[in-house]
Write a protein of this length. Structure first.
Ligand SMILES: NC(=O)c1ccc[n+]([C@@H]2O[C@H](COP(=O)([O-])OP(=O)(O)OC[C@H]3O[C@@H](n4cnc5c(N)ncnc54)[C@H](OP(=O)(O)O)[C@@H]3O)[C@@H](O)[C@H]2O)c1
Length: 324
């Protein structure tokens, strides 16, 4: 069976993405085949497309992407279309949302995932477009804020990049956990982040959030715009600086920080998301989390979508309508 997919055979600019007919994947015994309705253009997909970072190339392929990684798209929402012989968690017709990770494959009409992968029933009452925009942002937010930083009610949090995909989720989660939230973003996004629950806004084009000495228990740098050295000043003596973007050296600094020093640098990768996705649905159901979609593009305009994300100015999420 054939399907439409956006394929890239070499690292490079958005124009390396080409929509064409390819063979649809067949589900193995423990796999489900999802008819993908929506995916997203993310900062992470862009880095993969460019072949950015040495660490990524070790997995994706040194000179060009390996054959099995040639369809990008890490967030998906759609309907289970077929299941393998031994699948018990899902049945055809289930509406699902999930994270495909480095395996990608979301920019295609069908993707196969193990039934125990980061896949869950989609939140009730949301469209596929909305559901897929609530995959990586909120689950990564849960990983950093709760699992790693153990954020408590009453703590003060600054979210750097509050208007991005991760940032819009982080603001809502921190608020839901009872924290006092300061959103660091440009003035044009102040209204958006307030509507998501931010108590305070710092416009980074006019003011330095780090000028406020000892003001925060947690600084969540969702876009890697700051440094630990700068954040230290703004943190309390036992404050935590969470950063999502960086190279191998940050893993070493994270490990060092676990043992030495009272202020902590926290770095890591949110990869296993099955439990977190169920929690996202629960947060949506109680009105604590909502999707933020900036633009929608049909699959045929995937390169255009990547060009927009590359500007670094997107608000929340950019959705790709696979069926359109
Ligand atoms: N470690 C992990 O597990 C993990 C998981 C998911 C994602 N990530 C990484 O996290 C990063 C964040 O991705 P994202 O999709 O959330 O980013 P994004 O949506 O692309 O961020 C764009 C937003 O950042 C704002 N911004 C730009 N410069 C800023 C600055 N100096 N201060 C404050 N805000 C600024 C922009 O607002 P203005 O236009 O107003 O400037 C825009 O709204 C990516 O690099 C991704 O690879 C890591």
């Amino acid at each position: 069976m054939q399907m439409r997919a956006a394929v890239y055979e070499r690292y490079g600019p958005p124009s390396v993405l080409e929509v064409r007919e390819v063979r649809a994947p067949e589900p193995r015994d423990h796999e489900v085949r999802v008819a993908v309705a929506a995916s997203t253009a993310t900062a992470a997909c862009q880095m993969m497309r460019r072949g950015d970072t040495l660490m990524a190339r070790v997995v994706l392929g040194a000179l060009r992407p390996r054959r099995r990684f040639r369809v990008l798209g890490i967030e998906i929402a759609g309907t289970v279309e077929r299941v393998g012989r031994r699948v018990t968690r899902f049945a055809p017709g289930d509406r699902v949302f999930g994270f495909t990770g480095f395996g990608s494959g979301g920019y295609a009409e069908y993707v196969c995932l193990h039934e125990d992968a980061s896949l869950a029933r989609a939140p009730d009452g949301l469209s596929h477009e909305e559901a897929c925009s609530l995959v990586d942002g909120p689950t990564t937010g849960l990983y950093f804020l709760r699992e790693r930083a153990r954020l408590r009610a009453g703590e003060r949090v600054a979210v750097i990049g509050a208007s991005g995909s991760l940032g819009t989720a982080a603001v809502q989660l921190a608020r839901a956990f009872g924290a006092e939230v300061t959103a660091v973003c440009s003035g044009r996004n102040a209204e958006l982040v307030r509507s998501l629950g931010a108590h305070h806004v710092v416009d980074y084009t006019r003011e330095d959030y780090a000028a406020r000495t000892g003001a925060y228990d947690v600084v969540f740098d969702t876009i890697g715009a700051g440094t630990f050295a700068r954040a230290r000043r703004a943190l309390t003596p036992r404050g935590r600086y969470l950063v999502t973007v960086g190279g191998f050296s940050l893993f070493l600094r994270d490990a060092w920080s676990r043992v030495f020093g009272r202020q902590k640098l926290v770095f890591g990768m949110s990869i296993e998301k099955k439990a977190a996705l169920a929690e996202v649905s629960a947060l949506v159901a109680r009105g604590a989390l909502r999707p933020v979609i900036d633009r929608r593009y049909p699959l045929a305009e995937i390169a255009e979508a990547h060009r927009y994300v590359e500007t670094g100015r997107k608000r929340g999420n950019v959705v790709i309508d696979i069926g359109a």
